[in-house]
Structure formats: C-alpha cells, structure tokens
Design a protein around this ligand. Structure first.
Ligand SMILES: Cc1cc2nc3c(=O)[nH]c(=O)nc-3n(C[C@H](O)[C@H](O)[C@H](O)COP(=O)(O)O)c2cc1C
Length: 192
C-alpha cells in the first residue's frame, strides 16, 4: 500500500511529529510505502475561486504555479491520504486548509457548466490529530468536516487517530499513545 502523509504541524519535533513516528515505523513493519510532505515547507496559495481548474477534466489545471501541483501528483500515486495536523481553532492548520480548498476544486470537476469526475475517487483518507482538549471536544469538528469532505469528493473515510496534549510541562508521548498509533496503522492495513 502507498500512503501520502501530509504533515500540517509547524513544529518539526512537536506532538504531531512524535505521534507520526510510531505510525511511520509501523507502516515500515507492514511493508507499506509512504511519501511524507511537510506542508509548512511548501508554498501553497489559497484558492481564489477562479474556476480555471474546471476547464480540463484530465488534470489539476490550477492557475497558480506553486507546490500544490506536486502534492496533487503524489496523492494520485497513493492509495491512502493521511492528514496529520494539530488542531488549531477546531480545525487543521492554515497550509492544510489552503491545500484542502485547492484540492476540493482541482480534484473534483464539479463546478463547471457540466458536472465532471472526481479525479481521486475511491482513494482512502485518514486523520492523525493532536489537540489540547479531549479528542471528543478538540478533534470532533475537524473529523465531521472531513467526513463530509470525503463524501463530497467520493473518497472513503478511513478513521481518525486523535491524541490529547495535556499542556506545557507534560511530556506528550507515552506507551499508550505509541500503541494506539501502531494499532491505527494495523486497522488501516486490514481495511485496505
Ligand atoms: C494557535 C493554536 C490553536 C489551538 N487551537 C486548539 C483548539 O481549537 N482545540 C484544541 O483542542 N487544541 C488547540 N490547540 C492545542 C494544539 O492542538 C495541541 O497543543 C497540539 O498537540 C500541538 O501539536 P504540535 O506540537 O504538533 O504543534 C491549539 C494550539 C495552538 C498553538
């Protein structure tokens, strides 16, 4: 299986990165391949709703020449997209939101004179989140939004791993979190 992991934390050694570590190790143990893309190192302009991307149903077709095209290509090479993000104001971080907007138009040719295809139909999408509140109150709204995003885009929603940050002065990772990260990979692999 091929994973495209889109990393949305600005902190390269922060909580989300720490949770991804056992997740990625477990992918290796399962023999799966992955691309890991750090979105804060990419240039991703926000969508401006020009609808240039709707003219040609065979390609991304965005007017902006930035790093979104390369991510679009990596997603199409993969079986499953993983959005890894800390929760900021009950959603993902800004570069991930910019990318999601670019993809919901560039991948889904639904917004021209006629309804066209979803270019990423049938791929899976999973979430790895960390948040300050308990996950039921911290990551729930992002999950609900992404479930609807998947339905709209003809993606298969594969579930969420959400772990709590107890705050400054507490270390984030522990054995239970590591175990749940590995179990989450096994769940994704078994449902492929
Ligand atoms: C600007 C900002 C906004 C945040 N907003 C929320 C929030 O809405 N809900 C929540 O549960 N935690 C929130 N948090 C806490 C982070 O999600 C949490 O600390 C996370 O584990 C940080 O991950 P990182 O180390 O990968 O950046 C926020 C943190 C920051 C810095």
């Amino acid at each position: 299986m091929k994973y495209c992991i889109l990393m949305g934390s600005p902190r390269e050694t922060g909580n989300t990165a720490s949770l991804l570590k056992p997740f990625i190790e477990e992918l290796g143990a399962c023999g799966s391949e992955y691309d890991l893309i750090s979105l804060y190192n990419k240039n991703i302009s926000p969508c401006i709703a020009c609808r240039v991307c709707q003219a040609d149903w065979t390609k991304f077709g965005c007017r902006f020449v930035d790093d979104a095209q390369e991510i679009f290509d990596k997603i199409l090479e993969s079986d499953i997209v993983v959005l890894a993000t800390p929760i900021y104001s009950w959603y993902c971080t800004p570069p991930m939101k910019s990318l999601l907007d670019r993809l919901v138009y560039g991948m889904n040719k639904f917004y021209g004179d006629e309804k066209g295809p979803s270019l990423w139909a049938g791929r899976k999408l999973a979430l790895v989140t960390t948040c300050g509140y308990r996950p039921e109150k911290g990551s729930d709204l992002f999950e609900a939004g992404m479930e609807r995003y998947c339905k709209h885009s003809q993606l298969i929603y594969a579930g969420m791993l959400a772990e709590r940050d107890q705050g400054y002065g507490h270390s984030f990772m522990n054995k239970e979190k590591e175990k749940r990260a590995r179990q989450f990979v096994r769940k994704l692999e078994n449902n492929m």
